[in-house]
Design a binder for this molecule. Structure first.
Ligand code: SAM
Ligand code: SF4
Length: 341
């Protein structure tokens, strides 16, 4: 028998619903220097450091996904830039950009460490960053992030601009918390040439508060914005779930991520890898695949490719998030900081 013919091969990854998986999000740590109210409880128990994949292992896993057709990688967390020596991973992955196998290497960050790392990220071929910022008011910022200081993020944005990185602000729309500030965030972002994306809160992980009190449908936010601004639908896509409009008055782009009010699963092209090597085929489902065992079992990447193929064959059709008063439990017990936003 020809062994070669039975060896799991590289690329492409196509799930049972015909969706090509080309986008990998990698949570490199579950730790964070902030404690955002919708994301974590104040006293989180983090993974023991020994359970984490090393940076070399993360590089090998990412490279296996690239060999299997991933052309876009987003590094996230937790806060990715608090992982020790994280720039080693960016430098390592940048070789795939240079060789053309990877089209984009990017990250989502709370911005606190950008003053330190923005220039190095740009040198590694990172072209744009998503920076999370839910408010422009220092007192509110402290209340939302518990441990953060808005001046760190403002300095981070300045550093990113100086390094030539394109910036997108991510803001979670929170009822009674920042809903009166959405216009200000829009004017701030567009005034500086940044995109803005609004996100609905998702029921991921136990937090100290009640999610039904935080949830604000973006359909309401959009209707309110339309009283003041002209929102023109545009076909712009970044490979993510956001739907974009152009705001005629500012000329800037505004995205909406609406997992709760509009299901975006039909075009899902992504899978998510955690810092322990667990692959989640859907942000909104518990089903997962352990890639750490095959990774450590053999130096032969064929073992890894087989495990990845098996996981992709289980990618579910979609999530079933609900937040209502009867469903007081989170739809998914793990926090966003585990799977990455
Ligand atoms: N620490 C980084 C940051 O804050 O950008 C990266 C990880 S964070 C989990 C990624 C994104 O997920 C952030 O924009 C954050 O606001 C968002 N997020 C966290 N928990 C969420 C939730 N339960 N629902 C919706 N978005 C959430
Ligand atoms: Fe940290 Fe980001 Fe979660 Fe905030 S949203 S606690 S910054 S991981």
């Amino acid at each position: 028998m020809d062994m070669q013919a039975t060896r799991p091969a590289t690329g492409p990854m196509v799930d049972p619903f015909g969706r090509h998986v080309t986008y990998l999000r990698v949570s490199v740590t579950d730790r964070c220097d902030f404690r955002c109210v919708y994301c974590m409880s104040e006293h989180m128990t983090f993974l023991p450091k020994k359970d984490l994949l090393t940076l070399e292992e993360l590089d090998r896993l990412c490279s296996a996904f690239i060999a299997k057709g991933v052309n876009k990688i987003r590094i996230t967390g937790g806060e990715p830039l608090v992982r020790k020596n994280i720039m080693w991973l960016f430098r390592a992955l940048s070789r795939h950009l240079e060789m053309g196998a990877l089209e984009e290497l990017t990250l989502t960050t709370n911005g606190s460490q950008l003053p330190k790392y923005a220039a190095e990220l740009a040198a590694c071929g990172v072209k744009r960053v998503n920076v999370s910022l839910d408010t422009l008011r220092p007192d509110r910022f402290k209340a939302i992030t518990r441990w953060g200081d808005i001046s760190q993020v403002m300095n981070g944005l300045a550093a990113a601009e100086k390094a030539g990185l394109a910036i997108k602000i991510n803001a979670v729309a929170l009822k009674g918390v920042n809903e009166d500030e959405i216009e200000d965030l829009l004017l701030f972002a567009h005034g500086r040439g940044y995109d803005l994306t609004l996100i609905e809160t998702m029921p991921l992980g136990d937090i100290d508060g009640d999610r039904t009190e935080q949830y604000l449908p973006l359909s309401i936010v959009r209707a309110r914005l339309m009283d003041r601004f002209t929102l023109e639908d545009i076909p712009y896509r970044t490979g993510g779930p956001a739907r974009y409009v152009r705001v005629a008055e500012t000329g800037g782009r505004l995205g909406f991520i609406t997992p709760m009010t509009h299901n975006f699963c039909e075009s899902c092209n992504r899978v998510r890898l955690t810092c322990t090597g667990t692959l989640y085929m859907c942000l909104g489902q518990e089903d997962a695949a352990d890639l750490r065992t095959p990774l450590r079992a053999s130096h032969d990447d064929a073992v890894l490719y087989a495990a990845i193929d098996e996981a992709i064959s289980r990618k579910p059709k979609g999530h079933d998030f609900v937040i209502d008063r009867r469903t007081r439990r989170p739809a998914v017990s793990r926090h966003m900081s585990v799977t990455g936003g």
